[in-house]
Design a binder for this molecule. Sequence first.
Ligand SMILES: Cc1cc2nc3c(=O)[nH]c(=O)nc-3n(C[C@H](O)[C@H](O)[C@H](O)COP(=O)(O)OP(=O)(O)OC[C@H]3O[C@@H](n4cnc5c(N)ncnc54)[C@H](O)[C@@H]3O)c2cc1C
Length: 316
Amino acid sequence: MNTHPDSLYLRPLTVRDAVRMAGEHINDHRYLAGGTDLLVNRFQGNDATPCLIDLSGIEALHQVTITDQWLRIGALVRLNDLMTDPTVLAEFPGLQLAAHAVGSPMIRRTATLGGNLLCENRCSFYNQSEWWRDAVGRCLKCDGDICIATGGRKACFSKLSSDTAPMLIALDAQVEVAVPGDTITMPVRDLYTGDGMAPFALPPAALVQAVLVPMGRGFRTAFRKLRRREAVDFSSLTTAVSVDAAGKVRIVVGAVDPGPVVVEGTTADDRAQLILKAFKKARVIDNDTFPRTYRKEMITVFLERCFADIDATTNN
Ligand SMILES: Cc1cc2nc3c(=O)[nH]c(=O)nc-3n(C[C@H](O)[C@H](O)[C@H](O)COP(=O)(O)OP(=O)(O)OC[C@H]3O[C@@H](n4cnc5c(N)ncnc54)[C@H](O)[C@@H]3O)c2cc1C
């Protein structure tokens, strides 16, 4: 594929080189992991970044390691491998479910965890072919003037589409990020701005190296995803709930807002009130194949079911 006449393809073998190359092409590069999101966006004319930095040759990004504190998952670990990792299966079954919920078997064999956390926000007026968008009128995210999905607002409500992000946030996971000259660690939750135009809060040239999931917190989790076709579709609503051994509760809802909707509490709180908070916070608009009202109502239904799933684990 060469849709961009001035394109540049780079293939570093170390993280340091990748970040250096990104620094040299600071405003016109993208990292390429599995390409299952980025290349589709390029085919649809939604991305024309000239410089692609292919991460696949960086061996260190493919590793999974365990310490007392963390399960450290390299950013290039494929979702299919994550689903069969023994530690994930034993300690974090909710993460296995979330990885399994992404796309289809073929996609999960190519798609990486890092790429999943950073897959572009979606909207039914944005993820279309160029001729479709030209015919309907280009939206704010495609160089237009207004949000078509909301009938003219000056803000973008494209939805967070990652299925692993809600579960990783529920698990209080962190990301290790390489930036020029340094490595920083930040909560997965802080990766997201909540602005559909620029959904990710990463510094320029930042490369996600690994995801760190805390060990020993005694998490019980539940995960649900609403989609048209179980076999392949993106999410219309993703819910993840965790309860840790100290009684901390975290509700995370995806695909109904430009960022993750997060509500925290404890097991002493009234669950119905926690669910209501999540319901109220989600800025659901009509940018999906399911109607807005249905997706909004399903937030409550799915969260009640998630809590019931967690209760069932306790009673076993
Ligand atoms: C038919 C179809 C169905 C799909 N269904 C789902 C679904 O149900 N749920 C879902 O969540 N996704 C879905 N996807 C989207 C995509 O397959 C996944 O999100 C996938 O995990 C993306 O990972 P990737 O490695 O292919 O990322 P890429 O496409 O390579 O990259 C995605 C973005 O992340 C950036 N990036 C990648 N790795 C890094 C890194 N280490 N550091 C910094 N930036 C990085 C890239 O620059 C790019 O902007 C679907 C895609 C298709 C084509």
